[in-house]
Ligand binder design. Structure first.
Ligand code: MN
Length: 227
């Protein structure tokens, strides 16, 4: 069974359940016990999860008034985790803050506050975990499209949304594969054989009903080829 390394976050239950239901064995990392390199050495894939904001000094900006830091040490740990995972060609699936920290780790930048910085922005901070908040337009031919094509309405899916930040400049070599109708980036991926996908919504909240199970299954399948 493929082993999936997960950096600690405040609410892991739905992530763990989503990984297990897709056939993976989730392992929660501990900052004080596992260096990112050690964690990568034992894992077949890496899952990056939700949380607070990435320190904007890491992409050369001053903090916006709404900045809310993540747990102490989390930025540095996850940035190294991403870089080690890429170096090792490990499959990566990144969710919400995970997508943001991945983008920063690989040289991209973030929109620090959607409501005050995006003209005509939709509501992206909808607290109910199962509320379908807005559409995502999926790029035809992308990995996201291939995985989700049986669940899409044309090239559209409905997603939940609990974020006030988003990817701005996409990391070199990565492409946008999902966009909200207001232009906010909702998914990025790195083309090529290694599974590397990041989404801004929370697919893990839907493990009971399976709307986004193909994303976890595709990730675990890719990790399984390494186990
Ligand atoms: Mn959103």
């Amino acid at each position: 069974m493929p082993t999936i390394a997960i950096a600690p976050c405040r609410a892991l239950a739905d992530y763990l359940e989503s990984i297990r239901r897709a056939g993976g064995d989730p392992i929660e990392l501990h900052y004080d016990q596992d260096t990112p390199a050690q964690a990568i050495g034992r894992a077949d894939g890496v899952l990056l999860t939700g949380g607070g904001d990435v320190d904007p000094s890491l992409y050369g900006e001053k903090p916006h008034a709404t900045f809310q830091a993540s747990e102490t040490g989390r930025d540095a740990y996850e940035i190294e985790l991403v870089r080690e995972a890429v170096k090792a060609d490990l499959p990566i699936f990144a969710i919400c803050r995970g997508m943001q920290v991945l983008n920063v780790a690989l040289g991209g930048t973030l929109v620090q506050d959607i409501p005050s910085m995006v003209n005509g922005a939709l509501h992206h901070a909808v607290p109910e975990s199962h509320a379908l908040a807005h559409e995502v337009w999926v790029a035809n031919g992308s990995r996201l499209y291939q995985l989700m094509k049986d669940k899409l309405d044309g090239e559209i899916c409905q997603v939940n949304s609990r974020h006030h930040q988003a990817v701005n400049q996409v990391a070199p070599g990565w492409e946008v594969s999902g966009t909200a109708p207001d232009g906010v980036v909702e998914a990025i991926e790195s083309p090529g054989d290694v599974f590397r996908l990041a989404v801004q919504w929370h697919p893990e909240n839907f493990w009971r009903t399976g709307e986004f199970r193909p994303l976890f299954e595709g990730f675990i399948e890719a990790a399984g080829k390494r186990s």
